[in-house]
Design a protein around this ligand. Sequence first.
Ligand SMILES: [Zn+2]
Length: 259
Amino acid sequence: MLMDTHAHINFDSFDADREDMLARAKAAGVERIICIGMQPQGGREALALARRYPGQVYASVGCHPYDAALLDDACLAEFEALLREPQCVLMGEMGIDTVKAGVPLEVQERAFERQLELAVALNKPVCIHSREAFTHVERVITRVCPRGYRGFAHCFSDGAAEARRWRELGFLVSFAGQVTFKNAQSLRDAARTLTPDDVVLETDCPFLAPMPHRGKRNEPAYTRLTAQCLADLWGLSLEEVARRTTANAARMLGLECRT
Ligand SMILES: [Zn+2]
C-alpha cells in the first residue's frame, strides 16, 4: 500500500473527475491520501472530503508561507477547531519560502512559529514547507518543538546535507515527482543518502507531475511513479519501498495501516 501524504485534491482542477481520480489512486495501490487544506476554507474542504471518503482521504489544515500575512488569532482559532476533528490528522503546510512567497521573512517566521506552537499544544504532526530556507526553518523547529517531534519535510528539494539534518531532527523527508525529473540529479543524490525508513511519498498534486506526465495535471495515482524511481535508486522492490514508507507515514500520523 502506498500513501500520498500531500495532495491538494480539494482544488477545482479535480472537480470534473474527483471520483475517477480516487478510483485510479486505489487501483494504483495508493490507498491513503492526505488532503492539504490551505487557510480555514481549504481545511473545511479537506475535512468534507475526508468525511465523504472515510479511510481513503484524511485532512490537514494550515497557513502556507505565501499566505503568512493572513495568519491572525481568528485564523488560528479556526485551525484549532478543525484540528480537533478526528479526520484532521496533520497540521500544515506551514513553513518558510525564500524563493517565491513575496512575504517578509520575519512575517513568515512568526506565522510558522505560531502554527508550530498550536500543533505542539494539540499534539498534531506537522507538514513543513521549506524552500531554500532550511536554516530558518530549522531554527524555528528547534525553538518550538520538543526533541523528536513528528513531522515531515514536504516536497524536499535541498541536498544531501539538509536531508541528513532533517533525519537528525527526527523528521521524515518527503519526495514528490521532481525526483523523477531528468535534471534532478542532486535530489536523487540526496535520496541515495537516505533509506526508505527516513522517507514518505507525496504528489503535491495538481502540481509537479512525475515523469512521464511532467507538465500535466498530477494526481495521487502517480505516487507509484515516484516510489518506483526511489526503488530503482535504492535497488529495492516497489513493494518494499511502499511498505516501509507507508509504515513511516502511518506511524507519524497515528493511522492504522496494514502495509
Ligand atoms: Zn502543497
